[in-house]
Design a protein around this ligand. Sequence first.
Ligand code: NDP
Length: 247
Amino acid sequence: MANKLDGKVALVTGASSGIGEATAIALATEGAKVAVSARRSDRLESLVKRIADSGGQALPIVADVADEKQAQDMVSKTQAEFGRVDILVNNAGVMLLGTIDGANTEDWRRMVNTNILGLLYATHAALTIMKSQGEGHIVNISSVAGRVAQAGAGVYNATKWGVCGLSEALRQEVHSEKIRVTIIEPGAVATELTHHITDSQAKERISKWIEGIKPLESEDIANAIVYAVTQPAHVNVNEILIRPTDQ
Ligand code: NDP
């Protein structure tokens, strides 16, 4: 039986771990050729091998999405290798929690540059290709933090709120070109996301909270993304908000 994404090409950013890695595997399982991108090349190489061992096709692309040129090249390489770009999953992100007062402002720049600008650079480059194809699907990973603000998460909230706002505006701008835009808003997912928090108190607080609940698995989010991108062309799943039952 044919797979739902046979003949499609996907590009997943932040594919070296967590949600991006699971999403790349899920899209490849559905038949898509998948370009997997992040900064850690060793992780990408082992992911590509896993996908190939299961009969899929994947291409590793080392890129820092916060660098506009690298984000553009990432999209061009996908098209050069696989011929098209049907699905872009803008998943790369960092969550450097901490209060605004007393923050290390370098954390703010990393979050804004990755979570907002990185997503925009990749989208900007992909839109040109999707318009020429007459179709495309952009999936932007926001968060429950794009809907509910919390003390100690202000700048992360701002980036994920931003992703929701720009995604809805983009949806209105490009739907006439048959380009769909979907926002995915996960609650707590067991990944490496918290490992990178630089504020030790904020890191301890969130780690303890996650230990006390049953968080989502990356595959739970990958399943939601597969659902959104396998709907018929006239269906645009605008937004999926998924929390662990405990949250
Ligand atoms: P991980 O830390 O496991 O994955 C983050 C990914 O982003 C990694 O592959 C990392 O790869 C990549 N990345 C980070 N910075 C850059 C950059 N500058 N350029 C390219 N790639 C980058 O966390 P998750 O899987 O949890 O996070 C994925 C997304 O899901 C993020 O946008 C996050 O905000 C969002 N999210 C996560 C939730 C959770 O509870 N886990 C909840 C809600 C949303 P590398 O370091 O190799 O570059």
